[in-house]
Every structure is written in C-alpha cells, then in structure tokens.
Design a protein around this ligand. Sequence first.
Ligand SMILES: [Zn+2]
Length: 115
Amino acid sequence: MPRVEPSAFRTQVEHWAAALKVKPTQIRVQRMSRKWASCSPTGRVSFSAALLDQSASFRDYVIVHELLHLRLRNHGKLFAATLAAHLAGNPWVKRFAASAAPIKPSGKARPTRTI
Ligand SMILES: [Zn+2]
C-alpha cells in the first residue's frame, strides 16, 4: 500500500499549482526510472509513481520544484528563493540550497534526481 493514493497525490499537485499560479496542461503519475519528475515545454508535468511511497515533505518538495519549472526553467537565485518562500521549514529545500547536485532521497526508491 502506498503512503498516499494517486488521487490524493493529484489533489496535492493541484493545490500547489493554484498556490504557485501555474496551470499544468496535464498531470501524470507514472513509472519513471531515473527521475522523480519532469516537465515538458508544453506544460505537461510527470511524477514518478515511487513518490507515493515517500514522505510528505519530500513529495511537497518535488511537486513544488517541478511546478515551479513551468514559470522558471532554470535553478537560478529566483528559483531557489521562490522555492524557499513556498516551502518554509521543508528540510529538502536546504539540501537544494546547499548544493546544485542531484537530490538523492533517503529510502530505497530508485529514481535519484529531479530535473
Ligand atoms: Zn529542477
């Protein structure tokens, strides 16, 4: 049993999309072998189904990170500042700020990075 159901995860994504004022054209949850999430130039956001087994803080982090790419395609200062503003207290934000290196979550999930 996953920690969250796909429908609940989707609701979470929609909640964050509204908060970030972005409108993904499509939200997908699927098997992904290398990454936690990706977004296409057309605004389609895809999330790894393995996220359903991760902690709430990590899910939030990946969702906000990926949705924010609909507004900002790079990992510049504005990206980091906006991420921090929306995820105050989320431990994964500090890891992002400390290093531009790929984020590797704890646990046994295979995907090792967000885009
Ligand atoms: Zn990214």
